[in-house]
Design a protein around this ligand. Structure first.
Ligand SMILES: [Zn+2]
Length: 133
């Protein structure tokens, strides 16, 4: 039985559920010490996450928490942020591929990812157009 909340507790991490608006570009982020290693994605500074806290969107807490803990483990093993994210995602796919709620979560999450990326691209092309004028 997977209990990411108990695991986070054992590691001494404080989980903060923040409004979806605050963290919608990331869904979750952390700034933690894991087996003596300080592990945080660049967004942790931008968001101002205190040490040993994991911030998670109020939506979809269980799935996100497990993903973040898996990612922290892979970072501690020496994988970079992107590799650790992909390996954590693989682990979640293996665990929950047949879980209808997780599948809904993944679709929603990627919709918001793609929407953010698309508006960034559009914003950038606007700047590019301006610089051509
Ligand atoms: Zn990730």
């Amino acid at each position: 039985m997977i209990d990411p909340r108990a695991e986070a507790n054992n590691l001494g991490y404080k989980i903060r559920y923040v409004p979806h608006e605050v963290i919608k570009d990331y869904n979750a982020c952390y700034n933690v010490i894991y087996h003596g290693k300080h592990i945080k994605p660049p967004a942790a500074d931008k968001l101002g996450i205190p040490l040993n806290e994991i911030w998670i969107s109020e939506k979809w807490e269980k799935y996100i928490l497990h993903h973040e803990l898996a990612e922290i483990k892979f970072r501690a093993q020496g994988y970079n942020a992107e590799e650790a994210h992909i390996l954590a995602e693989m682990e979640c796919i293996k665990l929950w591929r047949n879980d209808p709620m997780w599948r809904e979560f993944i679709v929603e999450m990627h919709i918001s990812d793609i929407e953010n990326m698309a508006s960034e691209i559009k914003g950038r092309s606007k700047t590019a157009r301006k610089s051509l004028i």
